[in-house]
Design a binder for this molecule. Structure first.
Ligand SMILES: *Cc1c(COP(=O)(O)O)cnc(C)c1O
Length: 485
């Protein structure tokens, strides 16, 4: 099955519609209204147009913590984490069970690691730094897995000795690494539980995916090239490694289960081949993460329950076809838990009215952050939405582009959205869906200190209370790295 994939998440949809707006972007009947699917559950707007989180006005948050700031609805994050464990997991109860690993690379800090722990999820880390965050909060080793296509000797050592017992599993990505982990295990006299990352020839982005026989990318062992089968044989022959199962991750921002179906069929093919050839049913199977979220009105993600039902029935069917039991399944959602829990507030600095070549106008709204706090737009043409956050706009909907303060013309936060035409310097605007891969991918470009993460949860009186879970970087933090002596 071959389908066409777009090179960018948003690329092909950026053909111009009326007056310079892309075709997918509807002209809003009410430019101040929120589209609920884009926002954390605790966010609302009152008649005054002020955005609130659990009843706490973002104007108060801006006053206390400054702008820009990432604002995270803690209960929303926890509810999404729980929904993957409970709702996604439900249809797996009478199969081999389901384990959920939160993909820490989407956004990780000590508080988030604690929430993940408290909500009963496991943790997926892909560097020594992420593992150090887990250690800081005492995350149990058996509930951690380590990923990465080039884990250093130090990272492998840190993982296998983590809190005395080591991590629950290391996902092996190359023949060099099999040797490296086996050597570390031998030296320490331990047996290390491992998975094999299999490249199944399915690459999925948004609503489309491409399924090929071969894979031209850096991750995993090729299925078609028989490297994965060779890795299985090598690991099974190695006394220091305990092969728990096969792992497949096919991409990110995926909206339906069709791509998972192709991937599951392929990886289960190898799984049952291992059972036949080595007389060994591997106990586990990981299908990775990549579940999509809504960044704009054009995205229609499935909920955890629908995804779980879809994946469970695929596994039941494919395992029946192979004549094998359904193994214990795991998944690794990152974006779908962290992404929608958070929005970014910015203060507007300048507004420019620009005439477009094909007719029409666009407002360039400059904010006090930009590609340093959200690089996804510049990096892969991601689309975002934005709303006025400190008052109800009185003007008509004006096609707008939210741009940052950095010295790059590609420094765009929101490519296309309507804002009220009276948006002006000093206004607060809020961009939803910035919980995943924004703070995590942030930089200090132009020596702009990185924004804080402000978490809001209901206080004793039920009203939202804000606290810092990652503080704002200071100029001293940045200058402190710069040695001039
Ligand atoms: C990035 C990644 C994930 C998480 O992807 P999301 O799109 O954030 O759900 C899960 N597993 C692996 C191996 C990854 O590389």
């Amino acid at each position: 099955m071959v389908k066409v994939m777009r090179t960018h998440e948003a690329g092909a949809l950026h053909s111009d519609g009326y007056g310079g707006a892309p075709q997918w972007l509807p002209y809003p009947p009410d430019v101040n209204a929120l589209l609920p699917i884009l926002w954390p559950a605790g966010v609302a707007k009152g008649d005054d147009g002020v955005l609130t989180v659990r009843g706490l006005p973002v104007t108060d948050i801006a006053k206390e913590f400054g702008t820009p700031a990432y604002v995270l609805d803690e209960d929303d994050f926890r509810a999404r984490a729980r929904a993957f464990r409970v709702d996604f997991g439900a249809p797996f109860a009478d199969l081999g069970g389901l384990s959920v690993y939160y993909a820490g690379k989407a956004f990780l800090c000590a508080q988030v690691a604690r929430w993940v722990l408290e909500e009963g999820l496991n943790l997926d880390v892909c560097s020594g730094g992420e593992l150090a965050v887990a250690e800081r909060v005492g995350f149990p080793g058996e509930r951690i897995e380590l990923h990465g296509n080039n884990k250093s000797a130090a990272e492998i050592e840190a993982a296998v000795t983590y809190r005395g017992t080591g991590v629950g599993r290391i996902v092996l990505d190359s023949f060099d690494e099999i040797e490296r982990v086996a050597q570390a295990a031998g030296r320490l006299g331990i047996v290390v539980p491992v998975m094999i990352r299999v490249t199944v020839g399915v690459e999925a982005h948004t609503h489309e995916f491409i399924a090929t026989a071969h894979e031209d990318q850096k991750f995993g062992f090729s299925l078609a090239g028989r490297h994965a089968a060779k890795a299985v044989a090598q690991i099974l022959a190695c006394a220091e490694l305990d092969l728990r199962g096969l792992h497949s991750h096919i991409g990110s921002q995926i909206f339906d289960t069709a791509a998972f179906e192709v991937a599951a069929r392929r990886v289960l093919g190898l799984h049952s081949e291992v059972a036949a050839e080595h007389g060994r049913a591997l106990p586990e199977l990981c299908l990775g993460g990549g579940f999509g979220i809504a960044y704009t009105s054009e995205n229609t993600p499935l909920g955890p329950r629908e995804l779980g039902d879809g994946l469970a029935s695929i596994l039941r069917r494919e395992c029946a076809a192979e004549g094998i039991d359904v193994p214990a399944v795991s998944i690794e959602p990152g974006r779908a838990i962290a992404g929608p829990s958070t929005f970014t507030i910015y203060e507007v600095g300048t507004v420019k009215d620009v005439e477009l070549d094909g007719g029409g106008r666009r407002a360039y709204v400059s904010v006090d952050g930009g590609m340093s706090d959200n690089v996804r737009t510049a990096l892969y043409g991601a689309d975002y939405s934005v709303t006025m956050a400190n008052r109800a706009g009185a003007g008509t909907p004006m096609l707008s582009r939210v741009v940052g303060k950095h010295c790059e013309s590609g420094d765009v936060v929101v490519m296309d959205e309507y804002l009220p035409s009276d948006v002006r310097p000093g206004d607060l605007i809020a961009v939803p869906g910035t919980g995943a891969y924004c703070r995590a991918l942030s930089s200090q470009y132009n020596h702009v200190p990185r924004p804080p993460v402000v978490a809001v949860r209901p206080g004793p009186d039920g009203r939202g209370q804000a606290r810092l879970i990652v503080r704002r970087e200071s100029i001293e933090d940045i200058l402190g790295l710069d040695l001039d002596d």
